[in-house]
Design a binder for this molecule. Structure first.
Ligand code: NAP
Length: 340
């Protein structure tokens, strides 16, 4: 089969690779769609730990190609994959916080992923999707699950003011989830106008170009969108600058959701006194495996606007230069259709 292989840090290639033999408990999935994620760039550059060689791709869905007798799935069923395999035995698994499993083992990171024609996947990681669903939407379950985890941890209340920083696929999904969680004001900050227009068309009540002068004033100044600060700020850009901005525009007693991923060795200076005196909560979010079923259900039920979020569709051979190049302007989500 064809697959996108990361052989070592910064050494990526699309080439022929053997299909993994099925181990006990595994089924073979023929991949219909796989997403390229910002985290894949971190894995490529070695700023997110991974095992090599590995087939990249942790956002994928497809059709069951081989289902051994033990499997609850039938050949031909459309399924989505929760890429994070929890041990089920550690303290966190027993507490139900499976996304914090101390032995978490992930497709596309530690074992072969979905940027390939086929993937061998434990039956327990699969969620059925309707045969009538647009196959591209299945690949959005994983990023959606992460966003649901972030929204749940944000504890948004009816009428809240929420600022979302960064207008990629994550920011655009967060806009929709924050509205559904009851937020009254949902602001998206992102530099690209196309993304701001998109966010307004799917429910953002306000958008801001952060490169404009005095942008913090426009967020939370006396005549800003949320005078005195937002109840919740969701940082989805993954930069020190946007994390600082998030802390600047959250209200006293508010919550900053640290969702964007920064390089593993990045450091950020905080003012402990400021957090103390303003009683600000900073909440990290690590993956969405705990709520993956919820994401698959939401996608299956069609209750989110997904079509305009898929801006680019490419093949496996395009992935290495996409990941090694600069992010594409005008992109929200690039999907790979390995078997089309
Ligand atoms: P993305 O497409 O790169 O979106 C982030 C966007 O933030 C950038 O494209 C950029 O858009 C915007 N940005 C950059 N600097 C900005 C600034 N100063 N102010 C406002 N916006 C700024 O990535 P994504 O796929 O949506 O993912 C977002 C982040 O979430 C990434 O860091 C990703 O690794 C992370 N993530 C975390 C989890 C988790 O479990 N916590 C799961 C999935 C993804 P403009 O060019 O329009 O400004």
């Amino acid at each position: 089969m064809k697959a996108v292989i990361l052989d070592a840090i910064n050494k990526i290639e699309s080439r022929e690779f053997p299909v993994d033999d099925l181990k006990t408990g595994e089924v073979l999935v023929k991949i219909e769609a796989a997403g390229i994620c910002g985290s894949d760039r971190h894995i490529l550059h070695g700023t997110y730990p991974a095992n090599y060689p590995v087939i990249l791709g942790h956002e994928f869905s497809g059709i069951i190609e081989i289902a051994p007798a033990f499997s609850k799935f039938k050949v031909g069923t459309r399924v989505n994959v929760n890429p994070n395999i929890a041990c089920g035995n550690c303290k966190y698994c027993k507490m139900g916080i499976v996304n914090l499993c101390i032995s978490n083992w992930a497709h596309g990171v530690n074992r072969n992923g979905g940027l390939a024609n086929y993937a061998a996947v434990p039956d327990t990681q699969l969620f059925e999707l309707p045969a009538s669903l647009d196959p591209r939407f299945g690949a959005l379950c994983e990023p959606l699950a992460c966003c649901i985890q972030g929204i749940e941890l944000a504890e948004i209340k009816s009428g809240d003011t929420v600022a979302i920083i960064g207008g990629g696929i994550i920011g655009q999904l967060m806009v929709q989830l924050a509205k559904q969680a009851g937020a009254n004001t949902v602001l998206l900050s992102t530099r690209q106008k196309f993304r701001r227009d998109l966010a307004e068309s799917i429910g953002a009540t306000h958008t801001i170009d952060p490169t404009n002068l005095n942008s913090n004033e426009k967020f939370s100044g006396p005549s800003g969108v949320a005078p005195g600060g937002f109840d919740v700020v969701i940082e989805c850009a993954g930069t020190k600058e946007t994390l600082q901005q998030s802390l600047d525009i959250v209200r006293s007693g508010g919550t900053v959701i640290l969702f964007g991923v920064m390089p593993q060795d990045e450091k950020f200076e905080i003012s402990p006194f400021d957090l103390f005196v303003r009683q600000v909560r900073i909440q990290g979010v690590f993956t969405g495996s705990r709520v993956h079923a919820k994401a698959a259900n939401m996608i299956a039920e069609g209750i989110l606007i997904l079509e305009p979020l898929i801006t680019h569709v490419v093949g496996l051979d395009d992935v290495p230069h996409i990941l090694t190049g600069n992010p594409i302007l005008g992109e929200v989500k690039t999907l790979v259709l390995p078997n089309s």
